[in-house]
Design a binder for this molecule. Structure first.
Ligand code: ZN
Ligand code: ZN
Length: 408
């Protein structure tokens, strides 16, 4: 038996005025998700615990059965792994923006004019450097985004970011958030790295081209989300399942990579609202031939929630419903299909909230309940009632016949 584990990021919502008091998921025409709900058992899930607002990173740890209070050390390690850097336990990782500063130390643009090309050249100027005996690994992502790893002894992740989060403000000072030698050492390395980057970037070819094109220079680094890479027990070890991730967003690929999942790069998968979600579903279905557990992630629903665009979210959910039609066949042939969100991103809040998310588990021998549509209110009447995110994986394992007996 195999499982497709599908997460529509931030799909869960609250009633919207524009949708006559329905949520986008309730208002959307979703014949395929409704059919899967009809064939399965539904419920509501508190991702972390009732009343706790989840970030996507901790939410995914919980959904993969890991206690985020134990394993979450910051976003950096996930972002670095998501860019394809090999992250080892103990590494200090951080997210980085290429940015623009002026001579007075003011942040002119946190994204270096949304730089699109030439960032690999900038990353290469820093990748492989050694500062105070510590190795620097540096990789560019999409647009202004990149990530770095510090690898060596006596380092700390208790470091304050230099990112003031707003343009027109001076840089924050990179400083230690704890009084230890390792934090002081790390601060010195980060300061040196920024200085080296600023010197090298001045004469970089990409910046010469940007001067000619009258574009903002990528002349400094904003570094944030420091985290020491945790020692995460592998998904294979914990579940005995060969697993794979089909996602566009770097964070989700990064979580999967740190769990030891294989990661498939799908052409056209951007991790945004324009992502080729049909292609992602195609790759996910094909992956079932070689994997026991396929994690499929679609991000666009969360973006519409953050924008407060209820109608756009409803239409995007309808688009998702069309492309996931093959999942109906997956549960009809007896494999397991799980559909849920990693948190609510209600359009009226334009941000994540603690509201529990609807979840369906269909296929196999699950105890089918009376729920016939997929939605926040409908799933509240389901047979799985209300449970915590960290228990989802064990519920899946048990539905797959892989549950372990406790006691004799
Ligand atoms: Zn999310
Ligand atoms: Zn979000």
């Amino acid at each position: 038996m195999k499982t497709v584990f599908f997460i529509a990021d931030g799909m869960a919502d609250l009633p919207c005025m524009e949708l006559n008091g329905l949520t986008p998921l309730e208002a959307a025409k979703t014949p395929n998700m409704d059919l899967i709900a009809k064939k399965g058992i539904s419920g509501l899930m508190d991702i972390i615990k009732p009343g706790t607002v989840p970030g996507s990173d901790v939410a995914h740890l919980a959904l993969f059965g890991l206690d985020p209070y134990e394993y979450y050390t910051g976003r950096g390690p996930f972002e670095a792994a998501g860019l394809g850097l090999d992250v080892y336990p103990g590494d200090i990782a951080a997210r980085v923006n290429f940015a623009t500063r002026n001579a007075d130390g003011i942040v002119i643009d946190r994204r270096a004019g949304r730089i699109r090309e030439g960032t690999a050249e900038l990353a290469n100027l820093l990748d492989g450097l050694e500062i105070d005996g510590v190795k620097i690994l540096f990789k560019a992502g999409s647009e202004h985004r990149s990530a770095l790893i510090l690898r060596g002894r006596g380092l700390s992740d208790r470091i304050q970011s230099n990112d003031p989060k707003k343009e027109g403000k001076p840089f924050y000072e990179v400083k230690a958030l704890e009084d230890t030698d390792s934090a002081k050492k790390t601060v010195n390395i980060i300061k040196k790295l920024i200085k080296i980057a600023e010197e090298k970037f001045l004469s970089a070819e990409v910046n010469k081209r940007r001067v000619e094109a009258n574009q903002l220079l990528a002349n400094t680094l904003l570094i944030r989300g420091f985290g020491q890479a945790p020692h995460i027990p592998s998904f294979l070890q914990r579940t005995n399942m060969k697993s794979v991730c089909v996602a566009g967003g770097g964070l989700y690929k990064g979580v999967a990579a740190l769990l030891g999942m294989d990661v498939i790069d799908v052409p056209g998968a951007t991790g945004g609202v324009t992502s080729d979600i049909e292609m992602k579903v195609k790759y996910a279905i094909e992956a079932l031939d070689s994997y026991d557990f396929v994690f499929l992630h679609i991000k666009g629903t969360d973006n519409y929630g953050h924008d407060g665009n209820a109608l756009g979210k409803k239409e995007f959910i309808e688009k998702i419903d069309k492309v996931i039609e093959p999942l109906v066949k997956v549960c009809e042939r007896g494999d397991l299909v799980v559909i849920t969100s990693d948190h609510s991103t209600p359009c009226i809040a334009k941000d994540h909230t603690a509201d529990p998310v609807p979840v369906i588990i269909a296929g196999g021998d699950v105890r089918i309940d009376d729920v016939t549509s997929f939605g926040e209110r409908a799933c509240a009447k389901g047979g799985n009632l209300r449970f915590k995110g960290i228990h989802l994986l064990s519920i899946i394992l048990s539905a797959m016949g892989l549950g372990k007996k406790f006691g004799a």
